[in-house]
Design a protein around this ligand. Structure first.
Ligand code: GSH
Length: 222
C-alpha cells in the first residue's frame, strides 16, 4: 500500500491528500514533521514532506508525486488533454509554485508564527506576489477551473498555494491578493466547497495545536 509521510497542516502534503482522495486511492498516512534525522533522510533526501512510499521506492516533490499518481490511477486524470493541454496544466502548476507559493513562503514565519522577517525580504515578497498572481491570472482561464472546464492538478496547486499566499498578503500588506486574478475567488470558493477539500480542512484544523506546539519548541531551540 502507498504510504504518505507528512502532516495535516502542510499545504504540499494536502495537495497529495486531495489527489489521493479524488482518485479513491488507499494509503497509510505516516504523521511526520520535516526533519533532518538520518532515519528520515533515508526516506526523503531533503528531509521535507510530503514523501510517498510506493512499492518501487520513495518519491518526493509534490508535482512529481501528482504526475506519478496520475499514471498509476489514470481513471480520474488530473493532467489531461493533448500534449499541449497537458503542458499548459504543468505550466500553471510550475508558475503557481515558483511565483506564488515560494515567494509567500519566505514570509511564513512572520505571517503565521510571529517570527519577524527582514523589511527588505518583505518588500521583495510583496512585489513578487503581486507580479506572480497577475502572471497566473494571465495564463489561467478560470472557466471555472484554472485550466478550463475540468479540475486539474493546477487547481490543486492553486488551492493550497493561493490560500497561504493570500493570508501572507493580507497580514503583511493588507492586500487582497485574489483581487489581482479575476475569477480566482470564485474558483477558491468552488474548490473549498468540495467534500474532499472540506475533510482535509477539518484534518488541518485538528492538527493545528500540535503543530503550533512543535513550532514553539523548534523556535525555542534556535
Ligand atoms: N518542493 C517541495 C516542497 C515541500 C515543502 O516545502 N514542504 C514543507 C512543509 S509544507 C517542508 O517540508 N518544509 C521543511 C523544510 O523546508 O525544511 C515539494 O514540492 O514537495
Amino acid at each position: 500500500m502507498l504510504k504518505l509521510y507528512g502532516f495535516d497542516v502542510s499545504n504540499y502534503y494536502n495537495m497529495i491528500k486531495l489527489a489521493l482522495a479524488l482518485k479513491g486511492l488507499d494509503y497509510e498516512a505516516v504523521m511526520t514533521y520535516p526533519h533532518q534525522s538520518p532515519e528520515y533522510l533515508d526516506i526523503s533526501p531533503t528531509g521535507k514532506v510530503p514523501a510517498l512510499q510506493t512499492s518501487d521506492g520513495v518519491l518526493i516533490e509534490t508535482n512529481v508525486v501528482l504526475e506519478y499518481l496520475d499514471e498509476i490511477a489514470p481513471h480520474t486524470p488530473l493532467i489531461f488533454g493533448n500534449a499541449f493541454e497537458r503542458a499548459r496544466i504543468r505550466e500553471l502548476m510550475k508558475m503557481i509554485e515558483l511565483y506564488v507559493e515560494l515567494p509567500a513562503r519566505r514570509c511564513h514565519t512572520e505571517a503565521f508564527w510571529g517570527v519577524p522577517v527582514h523589511e527588505v525580504t518583505k518588500k521583495e515578497v510583496k512585489r513578487a506576489l503581486l507580479n506572480g498572481m497577475q502572471a497566473v491570472a494571465r495564463a489561467a482561464s478560470f472557466s471555472p477551473y484554472i485550466a478550463g472546464d475540468k479540475l486539474s492538478a493546477a487547481d490543486i496547486f492553486f488551492l493550497y498555494s493561493a490560500d497561504l499566499a493570500s493570508s501572507v498578503a493580507k497580514k503583511l500588506y493588507d492586500i487582497d491578493l485574489l483581487e489581482h486574478a479575476p475569477g480566482a475567488q470564485a474558483l477558491m470558493d468552488k474548490l473549498n466547497a468540495m467534500p474532499e477539500v472540506q475533510k482535509i480542512a477539518q484534518d488541518r484544523k485538528a492538527a493545528g495545536p500540535a503543530f503550533a506546539a512543535y513550532l514553539e519548541k523548534a523556535f525555542q531551540k534556535k
